[in-house]
Ligand binder design. Structure first.
Ligand code: GN1
Ligand code: CA
Length: 179
């Protein structure tokens, strides 16, 4: 009858409409997924160098050690802790080559040197006494108020300074690589 015909027609129109809707949704989804894939790939490509340096932690090899200059500033003690946490220690400088190497960073950096225990008795963070030194002329001059060692006058071969341990500075960690 006429009624049934109309109903079929309406159902067909609705079905067609739904089909169109599904096709549209499908099309949008495919386009979206393609764009998303492109986006993810571009993100992966652009973040590749960062990921690599993060994995390696910006350690620089020199002689039998790896060195890492910090990206933030901390007090000497907090700097020492940071290095320990990384399985390293604040840099210990025993040789002229190492001294020249650290100057190349052209940055004021805490090193593993302190006379906090006994004024004027400079010790390295591994407990050894400082025997060879590369103090800048006039340093150390801080007495009781400057008990921590830093590389400061990096344009001079002898670049060390004693400074107050509470000052926040960049620092350099050293990780010995077993030969
Ligand atoms: C700094 O800020 P000033 O010039 O008084 C440094 C000293 C150095 C001195 C060398 C807090 O003292 O340790 O011996 O330069 N003070 C600080 O010129 O880093
Ligand atoms: Ca000083």
């Amino acid at each position: 009858s006429e009624f049934i015909k109309k109903s079929y027609c309406r159902a067909a129109v609705i079905l067609l409409g739904l089909l169109c809707l599904f096709l549209l949704i499908g099309f949008i989804t495919v386009v979206f997924l393609c764009e998303y894939k492109k986006y993810v790939i571009s993100m992966l490509k652009s973040s590749q160098p960062k990921l690599l340096t993060d994995c390696q932690g910006n350690w620089v090899a020199f002689s039998d050690s790896l060195y890492q200059v910090s990206l933030e500033k901390k007090s000497w003690e907090e700097s020492r802790q940071d290095c320990l946490q990384k399985g390293a220690h604040l840099m210990i400088i025993n040789r002229r080559e190492e001294q020249n190497f650290v100057n190349q960073f052209k940055k004021s950096l805490w090193i593993g040197l302190t006379d906090s225990e006994t004024d004027g008795r400079w010790k390295w963070v591994d407990g050894t006494r400082m025997t060879t030194s590369y103090w800048n002329s006039g340093e150390p001059n801080g007495g009781r108020s400057e008990n921590c060692g830093e590389v400061r006058f990096y344009d001079s071969e002898n670049s060390w300074n004693d400074a107050p341990c509470s000052i926040e500075k960049f620092w350099i960690c050293e990780k010995r690589v077993s030969p």
